[in-house]
Write a protein that binds this ligand. Structure first.
Ligand SMILES: [Ca+2]
Ligand SMILES: [Ca+2]
Length: 153
């Protein structure tokens, strides 16, 4: 015996996502789309790379090449040809780039250390771990990132 299906209980298709800025230029996205029978998720991060097409709900992370404002778009498609799109403008700062030269270097770590010593908390770029305080821990995180980057090359 089959369970009868309720025909009316179809959820309208509605693309949606949230995002969170991470360390450096990482942005992690969370799929919050609603709708029955979604068969395709098309992520476009607005950085010129082709759509990332998924057949399941995913929470991708995009590492942008540089700081800037990006128009990220998620399009969801369902089995009956429906489509819904959601876009967000994402302002990607370089966390830890305390001297604002567009890249992370040992100079930023030194500058953050000086800010921490003087109790200067006014620059959000210097607050790497986003705890609303510039401390030696932020400087340490920058120097670790700089060293990691040097090892990767
Ligand atoms: Ca810098
Ligand atoms: Ca901090």
């Amino acid at each position: 015996m089959r369970t009868p299906r309720t025909e009316l209980a179809t959820l309208p298709l509605n693309a949606f996502f949230s995002y969170k800025l991470g360390f450096g230029t990482d942005v992690s996205f969370t799929d919050l789309s609603l709708g029955d029978n979604i068969t395709e998720w098309r992520w476009n991060f607005g950085d010129g790379t082709p759509d990332e097409i998924c057949n399941a709900s995913t929470n991708p992370t995009c590492m942008y090449d540089r700081a800037g404002v990006y128009n990220a778009t998620l399009t969801v498609v369902n089995g009956t040809g429906g489509m819904s799109t959601h876009s967000e403008l994402i302002d990607v700062p370089i966390k830890g780039d305390a001297n604002h030269d567009g890249k992370l270097s040992a100079a930023d770590a030194v500058l953050i250390l000086q800010m921490a010593a003087c109790g200067i908390n006014s620059d959000p770029a210097a607050d790497v771990n986003s705890d609303r305080a510039v401390t030696s821990l932020d400087a340490l995180m920058v120097s670790q990132a700089v060293m990691k980057g040097a090892n990767d090359e």
